[in-house]
Design a protein around this ligand. Structure first.
Ligand code: TYM
Length: 336
């Protein structure tokens, strides 16, 4: 039996933080051997907010090195740049014409990001989840591993697929595969270091709110030293009054590859003065091998170029087959 297919991606908007790593890439790496995987760099998504053309290409390139440094295995995974496969943009247009506007106006991320941008909200920001649906449905993905914040976008993807099938499919022959989200409990929602009720985010103006994957040890030390805590001694999980405590213990647990029970026992009598150096040490040790590999990869541009060229070629073949299937079902005249 052929393997089920996984697809996921990350926006090429600057440095990745621990939320991206623990909510997404780390899970991809853990499951990849059991699936046929497509992981891409969402550069078309990255321009839905104002962007700097001088750094877009370099950010894409760096993200490719990060995927590989984190352990994406090219034996079972194809990695590619979204804008190198034009079917993503084309399918988005087709989906735009069948997606009700009010489905998009309901999206929480749109509302949050739109508020930040005031008068200048681009159409692309509203349309963002439709592009995401195209990303996923082009590859007939069975499973989409993401962090908790993408859940609503995945529901929309499923709704769009169901609508296309309903309107244009034949009973026994759906046009599109309806994918399942895969949201792991652990790491699905990594919170800010400066406010345990807000998720860790690239767009938070304070660098102290997040640990970036490529942060040097000194920066990690400084950020953990300054992170928000509380005056209570004895550290526990799951106390709604202590969101920072839960978040920091969870980071310690996942980065140290420990179980929740082990950490609960280890930290139950600790104060922050004892815990913070432990977390610092654990985070530095977990990120060091990734950073070393990243530096190695970044010094071999030709290799990365080839990986991206091969990835785009393979992804295009799969994506174009689906695009043709959708266009046929919508009744377009095939190229003559
Ligand atoms: P992006 O680039 O914002 O985030 C990439 C991945 O990281 C996860 N994530 C988090 N997980 C846990 N805690 C956090 N604080 C945290 N912050 C981010 C996200 O859930 C995501 O899995 N729209 C997507 C990119 C995308 C995509 C797709 C994903 C475009 N097309 C198709 C899957 C399938 C996004 O903006 O993710």
């Amino acid at each position: 039996m052929s393997k089920k297919r996984v697809l996921s991606g990350i926006q090429t908007t600057g440095n990745l933080h621990l939320g991206n790593y623990l909510g997404a890439i780390r899970n991809w790496v853990d499951i990849q051997q059991d699936y046929d995987n497509y992981f891409f760099f969402a550069d078309l998504h990255a321009i839905t907010v104002p962007h700097d053309p001088k750094v877009l290409a370099e950010n894409t390139f760096k993200l490719a090195a990060v995927y590989l440094a984190c352990g994406i295995d090219l034996e079972c995974s194809t990695i590619f740049v979204q804008s190198h496969v034009s079917a993503h943009s084309e399918l988005t247009w087709l989906f735009n014409c069948i997606t009700p506007l009010n489905w998009l106006e309901r999206m929480i991320q749109f509302k949050e990001k739109a508020v930040k941008q005031g008068e200048n909200v681009g159409v692309g920001l509203l349309d963002y989840p439709v592009l995401m649906a195209a990303d996923i449905l082009l590859y007939d993905a069975d499973v989409v591993p993401v962090g908790e914040d993408q859940k609503q976008h995945l529901e929309l993807t499923r709704d769009i697929a169901a609508r296309v099938n309903d309107k244009f499919g034949k009973k026994k022959q759906p046009v599109l595969k309806v994918p399942e989200p895969m949201i792991r409990k652990e790491g699905a929602r990594v919170m800010s270091l400066t406010d345990g009720t807000k998720k860790m985010s690239k767009s938070d103006p304070s660098e102290l709110s997040r640990i970036d994957l490529l942060d040097p040890p000194e920066a990690i030390k400084r950020k953990i030293k300054k992170c928000k805590t509380d005056p209570v001694k004895g550290l526990v999980f799951d106390d709604p009054e202590r969101p920072e405590c839960h978040n920091l213990l969870s980071l310690y647990q996942i980065l140290g590859n420990k179980t929740k029970e082990e950490v609960a026992v280890e930290c139950q009598d600790m104060g922050w003065g004892q815990f913070k150096p432990l977390l610092t040490e654990t985070a530095i040790a977990a990120l060091e091998p990734i950073q070393n590999k990243y530096n190695e990869l970044m010094s071999d541009r030709n290799y990365l170029d080839k990986v991206l060229r091969d990835g785009a070629e393979k992804a295009s073949i799969t994506a174009n087959q689906t695009l043709t299937r959708v266009k046929d079902s919508l009744g377009f005249l095939p190229p003559l």
